[in-house]
Design a protein around this ligand. Structure first.
Ligand SMILES: Nc1ncnc2c1ncn2[C@@H]1O[C@H](COP(=O)(O)OP(=O)(O)OP(=O)(O)O)[C@@H](O)[C@H]1O
Length: 277
């Protein structure tokens, strides 16, 4: 019987760079499964293929540039064969994104409030303006953002990176996507804001049951939040294991190298701190 808790299933994903004498393989045999309410950390050095994997899931790769094969299913539904229009609906509604530079996710000339309300009403046209405003303010307050009614009137450049990240998580809290792809969500933040964002991501999965694919260079972040970790090297997954097992008994040489390369302070005293709060 089909496991209904399976949110994302990536099978045998392969990506080749076209328009060359010999196609260049960028991703090879990627297999990932993510269940409801679980967080899968994706780690690996720069250029190992983390962002390509995410962009393939989001169907954002240019087919003239990249040849993509394999299967990507969301709740059992194959995404690779969906028309663009349907995929646009799925992005945002069923798959949320939290990116490293949240400024890119907002239009600079509109207020936070108008963009938040517009997003809510696009995905739920029966909402009145007043209802969407009320919902947005409640969600911002829920994110522990100060003076949410005033914040609605601000433009994106008036907020810090950490605040914008939390606005994006607030949007996800309202839309309750099945899957959130968080690509280096804390990399650009100071430690206080990092902890706030991690806490809210943790809340997103516990309160909404959202499955989260978390990409991070920071093994401290992964150890605090992820249930499971996949390690990528040169376009392949070289090891995948439960977080405790991976940190305590890394099986692959490359994982050991990554763990040995982390700053000594990255994990001390903070292990699983977010989950415990
Ligand atoms: N549009 C593109 N054209 C050519 N090569 C690309 C393109 N996008 C990615 N690549 C190559 O694919 C490989 C994987 O890139 P990817 O961006 O997925 O790495 P990453 O693990 O996300 O790195 P980082 O942590 O620096 O973001 C790299 O070798 C990169 O140069």
């Amino acid at each position: 019987m089909e496991n209904t808790d399976k949110v994302l299933e990536v099978q045998n994903l392969q990506i080749d760079l076209k328009n060359r004498e010999q196609p260049l393989r960028l991703l090879e045999h990627i297999n990932l499964t993510l269940e409801k309410g679980r967080i899968l950390g994706l780690v690996g050095e720069s250029g190992s293929g983390k962002s390509l994997t995410c962009n393939a899931i989001l169907q954002l790769l240019n087919p003239r540039q990249m040849a993509v094969s394999g299967s990507i299913r969301l709740h059992g539904r194959e995404l690779t064969s969906l028309p663009d229009k349907e995929m646009r609906r799925i992005r945002g509604r069923e798959i949320g994104c939290i990116m490293q530079n949240p400024m890119n996710a907002f239009t600079p000339v509109y207020t936070i409030g108008s963009q938040f309300m517009e997003t809510l009403r696009t995905h739920n046209p029966s909402l009145s303006k007043a209802q969407s405003r009320e919902q947005a303010i409640r969600a911002l307050a829920d994110m522990n953002l100060p003076e949410p009614a005033r914040l609605m009137k601000c433009y994106p450049f008036q907020l810090s990176g950490g605040m914008l990240q939390r606005v994006m998580i607030a949007v996800s809290m309202c839309l309750r996507p099945a899957l959130v792809i968080a690509d280096e969500p804390t990399t650009a933040l100071d430690v206080v804001n990092q902890l706030r964002v991690l806490r809210e991501l943790h809340r997103l999965r516990t309160e909404c049951g959202t499955a989260i694919l978390l990409i991070s260079h920071d093994l401290g972040v992964i150890s605090q939040l992820a249930d499971e970790v996949a390690v990528m090297q040169k376009g392949k997954i070289v090891e995948q294991a439960e977080v405790h097992q991976l940190f305590d008994r890394p099986a692959h040489e490359y994982t050991r190298t990554l763990l040995n390369a982390r700053p000594l302070t990255a994990l001390s005293g903070s292990k699983h701190a977010v989950k415990q709060q």
